[in-house]
Design a protein around this ligand. Sequence first.
Ligand SMILES: [Zn+2]
Ligand SMILES: [Zn+2]
Length: 274
Amino acid sequence: MIPRSNLHTHSTFCDGKNTPEEMVQAAISLGMDSLGFSGHAELPFEDCDSWCMVGDRLRDYRKTVLSLKKKYADCIEVALGIEQDYFSPALSDSYDYVIGSVHYVCPHGYAMATDINPEVFCRELTEYYGGDALRLAKDYFELVANVVKKTNCDIVGHFDLLTKFNESCAYLDEDSSAYQTLALEALDAVLEDNPLIELNTGAMARGRRKVPYPAPFLCKRIAEKKGRMIFNADAHMAEKLLYGFEDAIEYARFCGARELWYYKDGIFQADLIV
Ligand SMILES: [Zn+2]
Ligand SMILES: [Zn+2]
């Protein structure tokens, strides 16, 4: 069973390449049951207004997705979501669901992006953390541990995003017990809030990672603790809407997952992995 649903979708209203309608049409041609939009919410940092939804752009995003929901209701279930960053201001409108994500750490008050550009990331890792990725991981996972409470999210986005460039740049020993302890402590804290946790194939689609977020030791812990996993593509273009889902099923099985969650008829439901 491969989920025909994706709730992590970016469009031209934030940093995606296609309009929402192009995304909906692509989802229909792929035979998808549901498609949720999760544009980037506002962030209080410099340079974020170009890829986050503020003011009129947020208003138009909501209007557009809600009209597509009606227009294509006979073909596909469209949902209006948003991707709240840990540092985004509280939402003032209602959404079908919220993805809560940590994209930034703030060493000495500076907003350092963990996922935009490997060269800048590595330079800032040296500048702000003396190259010590474990210190960065400590800051990052302190935020992740509280992301559900802070953003009031339904779904936790890309749990270990800080490893995005690690396969090519090797700044962090992900097998070390020091790193895994930090990540697992944050995961245990998150699991107490019982959100859905993404198996996110976005970095695979960009050729950055071979497996989805989160890493195997984290997925195994989610499975052991009967946490709720949901597949998401973090798609920024129409052709990536279900990217890597076949591999992700194998991955979920390998990690011991017995069921997957998906969105149908306006609620989250579970299906056994067979
Ligand atoms: Zn994100
Ligand atoms: Zn995203």
